[in-house]
Ligand binder design. Structure first.
Ligand SMILES: Cc1ncc(COP(=O)(O)O)c(C=O)c1O
Length: 444
């Protein structure tokens, strides 16, 4: 059994440094730490105080713009006027819990379900991705009678107690996996031995994990993967590589749960959902982050018989999920994606950006790999012999911030720059990003 991996907390402000910041910023950080205690987490060596945001830019309290290349929640761009208008009009008219009829919710559900294969025809709404994954686990348990789940080594699927157990990237050092969880290495095409097929290797690891569960008397319930493997380091290629694993899942009597919380809603530039890239049909799909462009929304899409089984065992009520304001926000997100051609834009600008990064990589051996699809890009920073260089990633992230560009890191070693802007990102925005990165790497 593999040990859980923990992403290095490189890009975190160290709590002990609050006093050293001084001035208004230091006072605000100290106050925050007093209120939120050990749970307070801030990005950057020098935390940012953000006052407002618009499109692909966030502005600090002095009005300084930052190109946001990290935040995949505002998928249409920060504070998109159509979403703001839809939410505020609806909030002024009616907002209530979900046990009443109001038409905008059913219209929204029909529009959303229209983006899925016809067999995935039922929707259950939540407020967060964590809740959605929690429900997905319960559906799989109820359907299979099993409790064993397989996830990737650096997976993150959320924060409820059940979902934490399938999120090894959140485990503090030394915390063992729960007895019913097995991890498999991510489908890392960059670190594959020559001649190996990533889909076969991944499916092989999955078979071993399922066999290990069964040897220990734990019935297999399902495989849960983030379909672009964000926290594992962004793995999208080659298209179709997940198909073999999904066959293994079904042969073993489990469910395939596709976590689309990160790549969903058009980010891959090829339809709304990343699982489509692999030509597979999930049993359960979970949604979150970009679903309300900032309004808290999540959801589960599945086949009616799976939902029936689940609802026959326990009732489901969620006070806020799918309320009229959520429905208005969700509808505006789907409408704007369509009206502004943002999925095609993600494809075009994503290619442009990857081409630029690859050109940079030809002249700089520290760029080990540029990968991803649409506007979900991973850039792997390496040192001698291709070893992961997490220290360089930390340096680059902070130096980019100093140049007005916000990015984050991912991967088992924390050395993969996670490039994930709003889908309205333009070629000019990409040029600004490339110029800043070039400058940082030249100096670094
Ligand atoms: C892949 C994935 N699944 C689920 C979640 C949990 O979503 P939430 O934070 O809305 O509960 C996250 C959050 O980062 C995520 O990245």
């Amino acid at each position: 059994m593999t040990e859980p991996k923990q992403i290095l907390a490189l890009n975190r402000f160290e709590a002990g440094r609050a006093g050293a910041l001084g001035g208004r910023l230091g006072a605000l950080v100290e106050k925050r730490q007093r209120c939120f205690g050990a749970s307070s987490v801030l990005f950057y060596e020098q935390p940012l105080e953000i006052a407002r945001a618009e499109g692909v830019f966030m502005y600090d309290i002095d009005g300084r713009p930052y190109l946001d290349v990290y935040n995949n929640v505002p998928v249409l761009g920060h504070c998109h006027p159509a979403v703001v208008a839809a939410m505020s009009e609806q909030a002024a008219r009616l907002n209530t819990n979900t046990r009443y009829l109001y038409e905008n919710l059913t219209t929204y559900a029909e529009t959303l379900l229209g983006t899925f294969p016809p067999v995935l025809s039922n929707l259950l709404l939540t407020c967060t991705g964590s809740e959605a994954n929690d429900i997905a686990l319960r559906i799989a348990r109820s359907r299979t009678g099993g409790s064993g789940f397989v996830v990737t080594e650096t997976a993150y699927h959320g924060n409820t107690s059940a979902v934490m157990e399938i999120s090894p990237s959140s485990y503090r050092k030394g915390r063992p996996l729960s007895a019913h969880i097995r991890t498999v290495p991510a489908p890392d095409s960059f670190r594959l031995a020559a001649g190996e097929d990533v889909g076969e290797v991944f499916a092989g690891h999955l078979e071993q994990a399922i066999a290990d569960l069964e040897r220990n008397g734990i019935r297999f319930a399902g495989l849960v993967v983030d379909t672009i493997f964000s926290s594992d380091g962004v793995f999208a290629d080659p298209p179709g590589f997940l198909a073999k694993a999904v066959d293994v899942v079904h042969r073993a009597g489990g469910l395939f749960i596709a976590d689309e919380v990160q790549p969903g809603f058009g980010r891959t530039g090829q339809g709304h959902w990343c699982f489509q890239r692999h030509g597979v049909e999930p049993d359960v799909v979970t949604l979150g982050k970009p679903m309300g462009n900032g309004y808290p929304m999540g959801g589960v899409v599945t086949r009616p018989e799976l939902l029936e089984g689940f609802c026959a065992e326990t009732g489901y009520f969620n006070t806020f999920a799918g309320n009229p304001v959520a429905a208005a926000a969700g509808q505006a997100v789907l409408d704007v994606l369509e009206q502004e051609g943002l999925i095609a834009n993600a494809d075009r600008v994503g290619r442009y950006l990857r081409d630029g990064l690859r050109r940079m990589g030809q002249a700089d051996a520290r760029i080990g790999d540029v990968r991803g699809v649409g506007l979900f890009i991973g850039l792997e920073l390496v040192g001698g012999g291709g070893a992961p260089d997490a220290a360089l990633a930390g340096l680059v992230i902070n130096a980019m911030k100093a140049r007005g560009v916000l990015i984050g890191a991912a991967g088992a070693y924390g050395n993969v720059l996670k490039i994930r802007p709003a889908l309205c990102f333009s070629e000019a925005n990409a040029d600004q990003f490339l110029a800043a990165l070039q400058d940082v790497l030249r100096q670094g």
